[in-house]
Design a protein around this ligand. Structure first.
Ligand code: NAP
Ligand code: BGC
Ligand code: ZN
Length: 356
């Protein structure tokens, strides 16, 4: 079967030929429909994040998949079920994080991430997965099912941010998303119903398709060249919640300053090492005297995938159509990895969905 992998950092994604996988007991064989591409895939291809399985010289890419059960094997799934796989797998048997249903909380060394680190991903015509790591999706969501994984990332981050504010009557009205990439825009769309006022920060000038999306969602675009994060409270307002999806390390610290009292910032970006000066005293004081919180969040669990299925169903079709700028077949898969200003969210299509 055909798969898309990476073997040399900096050399890009390549088409490879692999044997079709065979499901073990407790696993199903899934025919891949579509697999999305995000900023993490670009980091993996560049060699700045993740890595191949031990002893192997290539990694099959892809962690945002949707597929159809081809062979349920001895699982309770049925052939034809539309499913989305979760990303993390235990490296050597199980461990307490997986047993608790919270692999997203596992520390380094206690998880592999399919398509990212230590385990092959889903960019192949078929993949196998244990039943516990497959989440069912209604057939009508098959086309955009590859968005369930990134949406689940936000479900988790928001859950943790809200949990940090659960000891008092928190009544957030405004949210600021840092980053107009695919994760930022998806999150902004999810925030439309949850907050009275939303803002999204980017560094693009008009005209730009992401700014059009931000405004069509009824949100306000903040151009970071004109209004850097620390100036947002003076120009717009101090947001109750900040969702960082730029991977720009200064935003973690600038968020503390920009937040409203009692606010929380969820940090999602995965920056490389970068040393710079910060006024640690001012940030420490700000966190304490204004009851602010910073929450880091990575990955997501099965429950958050299930919540993401509902969130995906609630998203507007026009928004989804403008977000997904390209779905490419295997004969033109390279286009899915283009990273220019007209590309927002892409996916590779491995097979078409046909309702039974
Ligand atoms: P992406 O497509 O690369 O989006 C990042 C966006 O941030 C881009 O639109 C970029 O603008 C913008 N940006 C970067 N630096 C900026 C700055 N200094 N000022 C203003 N805007 C800036 O990536 P993504 O897929 O949306 O993911 C976003 C981040 O979250 C990445 O770091 C990714 O690794 C991380 N991530 C984390 C998790 C998790 O579980 N924690 C899950 C998924 C993704 P331009 O396009 O104009 O350059
Ligand atoms: C993936 C997560 C993963 C994270 C860190 C993200 O792009 O969506 O599942 O945990 O990268 O590798
Ligand atoms: Zn991702």
């Amino acid at each position: 079967m055909k798969a898309i992998g990476v073997s040399d950092a900096g050399e890009g994604a390549e088409l490879i030929e692999l044997p079709e996988p065979e499901p073990e007991s407790g696993e199903a064989l899934v025919r891949t429909l579509r697999v999305g591409v995000d900023g993490t895939d670009h980091e993996v291809i560049a060699g700045s994040h993740g890595g191949a399985p031990e002893g192997e010289d290539y990694l099959v890419l892809g962690h945002e998949a949707v597929g159809v059960v081809e062979d349920p094997n001895d699982t309770d799934l049925d052939a034809g079920d539309v499913v989305v796989p979760t990303v993390r797998r235990p490296p050597n048997g199980s461990n307490r994080y997986f047993e608790a249903g919270e692999p997203d909380m596992a520390p380094d060394g206690q998880y592999h991430e399919r398509g990212i680190v230590g385990a092959h991903g889903f960019m192949a015509e078929y993949f196998t997965s244990p039943e516990w790591a497959l989440v069912e999706v209604p057939p009508e969501l098959a086309a955009y099912g590859f968005l369930v994984e990134p949406i689940s990332i936000t479900e988790k981050a928001v859950e943790h941010a809200e949990a940090s504010r659960s000891a008092f009557e928190w009544a957030p009205e405004s949210a600021l998303v840092l980053g107009n990439g695919s994760l930022g825009l998806l999150t902004l769309a999810m925030f439309e119903e949850r907050f009275d006022r939303t803002y999204c920060l980017g560094r693009r000038e008009r005209p730009d398709p992401t700014i059009d999306i931000i405004e069509s969602l009824g949100s306000t675009y903040v151009n970071s060249n004109e209004t850097p994060v620390p100036e947002i409270p003076a120009v717009y307002e101090a947001p109750d919640l900040i969702y960082e999806a730029t991977g720009y390390a200064k935003h973690a610290f600038e968020s503390i300053e920009a937040l409203a009292p009692n606010g929380v910032a969820a940090l999602l970006g995965v920056p490389s090492d970068w040393s710079f000066d910060v006024d640690g005293g001012a940030l420490h004081r700000e966190l304490v005297l204004h009851n602010k919180a910073l929450v880091g969040s990575v990955n997501s669990n099965r429950r958050q995938f299930a919540a993401a299925v509902d969130s995906l169903a609630a998203l507007d079709d026009d928004f989804l159509e403008s977000l997904v700028t390209g779905v490419y077949g295997l004969d033109e898969f390279e286009a899915a990895f283009d990273d220019d200003d007209t590309t927002i969210k892409t996916a590779v299509q491995f097979s078409a969905y046909e309702e039974r």
